[in-house]
Design a protein around this ligand. Structure first.
Ligand code: FES
Length: 159
């Protein structure tokens, strides 16, 4: 069964067109993201393999990208993925306490999905926004200078 839909191929082609001819593999990060979004926020080895075939690149090269970056989910994830930075600046500014707060309030652990499937939590390394520590990323959006109150507001607004 094909994992990449015609719609996904059209979206991938838009990215491929941004690079010189023969350099279609440069679109791999966006292609993986598009395919993941179409497959319940999950990127399986089969999906990675199909992306590699579609971009005419070695499967191992696509797998390296897919496993290096935190943007890709290799086990079931929520509709939204909370990537909570727990690196040095965020840790020194209270990230661990905020993660505990999040886990207790929503009855979910890091690496798990909430019972309603609304979100899952990942602990990630520095996202390059240390000046706004503690911070997290949800989907493509950064939220900085977090407090429990701010966390509640962000989660409340997640549909
Ligand atoms: S340490 Fe958290 S963004 Fe850099």
């Amino acid at each position: 069964m094909m994992i990449i839909s015609d719609n996904a191929k059209k979206q991938i082609d838009v990215w491929v067109a941004k690079y010189p001819a023969g350099r279609q593999s440069s679109a791999v990060m966006e292609a993986l993201k598009i395919v993941q979004a179409e497959n319940e926020n999950l990127l399986t080895p089969e999906a990675i393999s199909e992306v590699a075939d579609y971009l005419k690149m070695p499967k191992i090269a696509a797998a390296e990208v897919a496993t290096f970056y935190e943007n890709y989910n290799h086990k079931p994830a929520g509709k939204h993925v909370i990537r909570f930075c727990h690196n040095i600046s965020c840790m020194l500014n209270g990230a661990d306490d905020l993660i505990d707060y999040l886990e207790q309030k929503h009855d979910v652990k890091v690496g798990e999905v909430t019972k309603d499937g609304r979100f899952s939590i990942k602990k990630v390394e520095c996202l390059g926004a240390c000046v706004g520590a503690p911070m997290l990323q949800i989907d493509d959006i950064y939220h900085e200078n977090l407090t429990e109150k701010k966390l509640d507001e962000i989660l409340y607004n997640l549909r």
